[in-house]
Design a protein around this ligand. Structure first.
Ligand SMILES: Nc1ncnc2c1ncn2[C@@H]1O[C@H](COP(=O)(O)OP(=O)(O)OP(=O)(O)O)[C@@H](O)[C@H]1O
Ligand SMILES: Cc1cn([C@H]2C[C@H](O)[C@@H](COP(=O)(O)O)O2)c(=O)[nH]c1=O
Length: 208
């Protein structure tokens, strides 16, 4: 059975973490050995970098330092967690991956796509998921979900102005248009079970 590496992507509050857990459970129910992981994080070193990235003052890092820290965390996560799991025949479900850096730092943050891809080549050998599922939800609905969860206290990046998050959402839609084989947009509206069914349908060609 072929092991697969799947990433879940999208802006703040669209339901990625909820769906990553549900998708992992649904795949386990089909008999697959699944590792659920996340970015930034997913290995001890990358979890330490996560705290540097998400805590503290809004201007703690310059845009380029922030992009480098995400790339460094990803390099450790790929080497220590993702690649060994796939090599062992496990399915890997990752809550955010490279496309978050492309959308947040590259597009909305102004670093540019080529620079983000260059850092990823150096750090992680250009490793890409077999399929990337982008959860798509209107800005107002996503903000309402995130606000209800965070009670008005978002993390350092989630708390950026709405224009930043609108550019992030547009970038994810662009990636789906540019790479239709890898990146699929999935409607994130409706109840949790409906969204999980849509995700499974978007993976149907990869499932055993
Ligand atoms: N289909 C759904 N309908 C209603 N609420 C939902 C749905 N899916 C998730 N939620 C709720 O919305 C909030 C945000 O969900 P979740 O944390 O999974 O989003 P996320 O995309 O991982 O967010 P972030 O990237 O900001 O961490 C949570 O309180 C969650 O319980
Ligand atoms: C991987 C990655 C993440 N981010 C941002 C996106 C979110 O604001 C946080 C992660 O928080 P979550 O609750 O775990 O989703 O980090 C980013 O800007 N660039 C990235 O590469």
């Amino acid at each position: 059975m072929t092991a697969r590496f799947i990433s879940l992507e999208g802006g703040e509050g669209v339901g990625k973490s909820t769906q990553a857990r549900r998708l992992a459970d649904a795949l386990r129910a089909r008999g697959l050995d699944v590792l659920l992981t996340r970015e930034p994080g997913g290995s001890p070193g990358a979890e330490a970098i996560r705290r540097l990235l998400l805590e503290g003052d809004a201007n703690r890092w310059s845009p380029s330092a922030e992009a480098l820290l995400f790339a460094a965390a990803r390099a450790d996560h790929v080497a220590k967690t993702i690649d060994p799991a796939v090599a062992a025949g496990r399915w890997v479900i990752c809550d955010r991956f490279l496309d978050s850096s492309r959308a947040y730092q590259g597009a909305a943050g102004g670093i540019g796509d080529a620079a983000i891809l260059g850092l990823h080549q150096v750090g992680s050998g250009g490793r890409l998921p077999d399929r990337t599922l982008v959860l798509a939800l209107g800005d107002a609905d996503a903000a309402a979900r995130a606000d209800a969860r965070d009670a008005g206290c978002p993390d350092r990046i989630g708390g950026r102005e709405q224009g930043f998050h609108t550019r992030v959402a547009a970038a994810f839609r662009d990636f789906a248009r540019q790479e239709p084989d890898r990146v699929r947009l999935v409607d994130a509206s409706g109840d949790e079970a409906q969204v999980t069914d849509r995700l499974l349908a978007a993976l149907a060609d990869l499932l055993p």
